[in-house]
Design a binder for this molecule. Structure first.
Ligand code: FAD
Length: 415
């Protein structure tokens, strides 16, 4: 397996890559295949293999990769962050997503939370190798999906309406009401949510708050886990809030900081989604390359037919160009994040996510074509990769909404 062909990997990078690849190949991929075939309820039962996958990822410290060392991180370079993500995406898009959203509330709390929040919430999570603490990211609402991507840069933000989850101050506590949609990744098994909520007296989605909500609080209810086409290895479900009270300092970002905070948070998730997408594309490419060398039609291995050769080359071209760009965009975005400058240009991170998602879908689609009818059969993993790549085009923002948002940033800010 060639990897990051144009980057120079140090011995340390190479060792890290091998270790994470081993986890992806020997643990995550087999578990993801099992989860993919289970019912939504069985996937989240205490004996579900999902908890083994979480434990193994936490043992390697993969939940802590987004933090600098002085905030509890494991001292990675940005290239090493990329390497981990690509391997996770190679092993299982769902489990990569799961460990990604797990980190959101806790990473934000570690970077911006008070001493008390860091002690009460972040410390136990940092030290956890059992999967006792699992985070999720509550953005999407029944009435607001793409709105959360598009409203913030729109001149007429009020036309997008108000959020479905509302938060209001009551003395030295905050109280939360409303519902997050069924698409919240990891919600059915998580213990804490990084919640985006509308301020009660705010006029638009822009006037909101990012809150850490421990989900064992009175008034929290989780709905039925949903059955999806792809990304089935990461359970999804709705969460309801009925007068849920959190202490004052669990509100980590409040309007007007909330606005720039949300924009920059989407930068971080975008470069990570980009890296997962390259990993997923590489998985499909390697499956197709191996298959094409052994499948004989027309009296010779199909790899010798020119149409197949061209497809293989085009897949390779897409993966190496996407990888190169996502590595650079990730480096830029994390450097800005750690400087706390809050000025990473969204167009670069969004492009990483949009481009890599698009090529992932194209690569997996072509890979499936190379398999012929076998590609549609559950006997081969390509069928699962295809469903996962389809989900990618919607997860963390549809490619259309992300592209419109990036377009606005280019039009308003490109000099
Ligand atoms: C696998 C997966 C994992 C997810 N994980 C999470 C998670 O962890 N947390 C979370 O909060 N959410 C999560 N989501 C939800 C995801 O972020 C939303 O599905 C996504 O943002 C789109 O919102 P929507 O589904 O409501 O579609 P809608 O916003 O209703 O969009 C429907 C269609 O209309 C288009 N559209 C919408 N508005 C506009 C507009 N203004 N202009 C032009 N076109 C528009 C869209 O591009 C799309 O094609 C996940 C989704 C998936 C599939």
């Amino acid at each position: 397996m060639e990897y990051l062909d144009l980057e120079r990997l140090s011995d340390e990078d190479e060792l890290l890559r091998r270790n994470v690849h081993r986890l992806a190949e020997e643990v995550l991929r087999p578990i993801s295949i099992k989860l993919d075939r289970m019912s939504p309820r069985d996937r989240i039962r205490p004996n579900s293999p999902i908890f083994e996958a979480i434990r193994e990822m936490k043992k390697l410290g993969l939940h802590r990769i987004h933090l600098p060392r002085d905030r509890g991180g494991v001292g990675l370079t940005n290239l090493q962050r990329y390497i981990i993500d690509e391997e996770l995406g190679w092993g299982s898009l769902g489990l990569a997503t799961l460990i990604g959203v797990d980190a959101i509330p806790f990473t934000v709390a570690a970077m911006f939370g008070s001493e008390r929040v860091r002690e009460e919430v972040v410390k136990p999570w940092l030290e956890d190798v059992e999967g006792r603490y699992i985070g999720c990211w509550g953005v999407t609402e029944p009435e607001h999906g793409s709105d959360y991507i598009l409203a913030f840069r729109d001149k007429d933000v009020e036309s997008f309406g108000r959020g479905n989850v509302v938060i209001e101050r009551d003395g030295d506590e905050w109280v939360i009401y409303g519902q997050k949609s069924a698409w919240v990744s990891a919600a059915p098994i998580c213990t804490h949510m990084g919640l985006h909520a509308q301020l009660k007296d705010g006029k638009s989605l822009r006037e909101g708050a990012f809150v850490i909500v421990p989900l064992n609080k009175l008034g929290v209810r989780k709905g039925e886990p949903v059955d999806m086409l792809g990304n089935r290895d990461c359970p999804q479900g709705p969460v309801f809030f009925d007068g849920v009270r959190v202490p004052e300092d669990y509100v980590i970002a409040l309007s007007p900081f909330y606005e720039v905070f949300s924009d920059q948070l989407l930068n971080i998730t975008s470069v990570n989604m980009g890296a997962f997408s390259v990993g997923l594309a590489r998985a499909a490419f390697e499956e197709a390359l191996n298959y094409a060398k052994t499948r004989v039609q027309g009296g010779r291995p199909i790899i010798e037919h020119k149409n197949i050769k061209l497809k293989i080359y085009e897949m390779f071209e897409k993966i190496v160009t996407a990888r190169h760009y996502v590595v650079k965009a990730m480096d830029y975005t994390y450097n800005k994040f750690f400087q706390l400058s809050f000025d990473a240009a969204p167009r670069y991170a969004r492009t990483a996510q949009i481009y890599a998602k698009k090529i992932a879908f194209e690569v997996v689609n072509n890979a499936l074509q190379i398999f012929g009818a076998y590609g549609l059969s559950s006997e081969f993993i390509i069928e699962k990769l295809f469903r996962d790549a389809r989900a990618l085009l919607i997860e963390d923002g549809t490619v259309e909404a992300l592209s419109l948002d990036a377009a606005d940033d280019v039009i308003q800010n490109y000099k």
